[in-house]
Design a protein around this ligand. Sequence first.
Ligand SMILES: Nc1nc2c(ncn2[C@@H]2O[C@H](COP(=O)(O)OP(=O)(O)OP(=O)(O)O)[C@@H](O)[C@H]2O)c(=O)[nH]1
Ligand SMILES: [Mg+2]
Ligand SMILES: [Zn+2]
Length: 362
Amino acid sequence: MTRDYSQFLPSSGTASDSPKRAPLDILGWQPFFAQQTDLEALEASPPVRVVEVHRNGLRVRGDGIEALIPPGPEATVGDWLLYNAELPSHSAVLERKSLFKRRAAGHDRSIQMIAANVDTAFVVTSCNNDFNVARLERFLALAFEADVTPVIVLTKADLCDDTAPFVEEAQRISARVPVVLLNARSEEPAAKLADWCAPGQTIAFLGTSGVGKSTLVNALFGSEQAETGAIREDDSRGRHTTTARQLHFTEAGLAILDTPGMRELQLAEAGDGLADLFADVVELATQCKFRDCAHESEPGCAVRAAIAAGTLDADRLERWRKLEAEERHNTASLAERRAYDKNFGKMIKTVTKAHKGRKGRK
Ligand SMILES: Nc1nc2c(ncn2[C@@H]2O[C@H](COP(=O)(O)OP(=O)(O)OP(=O)(O)O)[C@@H](O)[C@H]2O)c(=O)[nH]1
Ligand SMILES: [Mg+2]
Ligand SMILES: [Zn+2]
């Protein structure tokens, strides 16, 4: 099967002009990826996008390709691979525009990849008990770290008598993060999220269970794509209706990632993201008299001065401190684990070599 991939190289520009979008455009193919390859490589190993991760492999889609690639490539939902039809598990992963990851839950301290090549992450919460600034901050720090543009979406505006406090608190989190208030079950989402939903973009909905992520996916499609579920009346929590991360594609060329509710988000290797989210506090800290100021009782502390002057919120400083400490601790333990794994790997290699050596002498 020979396909004409020339139109998917960066110089052409014709694909986006045509009213009917080309298959790869629909999947979110962008010049950033095209630049990493060339016509010959594209023909030999066509690009495919990971649309779902299963225990038994990666579900991928390309131009005329639907396949399950056995475990092998270190890839996650949203990744682009160059499909090796003969040896699918050897398909190469293209360099990522962005990678959203978190520290895996439980005692396994490893990093878990959540999604690759997302342009905008809508961090979704509702105007009810789900709303929690500290949790939002975790999502946002991870998004900044991932090089993904974060937007806060407040759903269930229609069920709330006074939405203003929610909007105000969300807006106070960071000047860099826009806040959108809407009713996910109405016509509003398409218009209110339009700025981030141009053709060719990949967007993701993140948040806890029951906040309306799948409802928003359906609203952008204008049809039932993803299953949605009722929430419990007593605590406004969802029931984990969505169980897997899955990419959906609209005819207009928007790639939409729906994710299962995520509650536990531990920060690790997210120092830059955290600094982006608390850029104002980080900036203030550079004005403290002492470089290693703990912002407690040191003289000349610009951070405490800002709190006294009412320009910095004491609770916010506390949350920043907590997240910083957590991030540092997790990053250190991750580094420890990596060093241990590396040494262990070396030891195994040495033992295997020695064993082979002995065998050879026999
Ligand atoms: N009235 C109203 N109901 C909403 C809104 N957003 C979501 N819902 C309802 O809330 C319930 C949960 O919505 P889902 O879209 O399934 O939530 P989810 O975030 O995908 O949840 P999980 O898949 O469990 O992570 C459904 O009954 C939705 O109809 C909203 O803005 N207004
Ligand atoms: Mg869902
Ligand atoms: Zn200080």
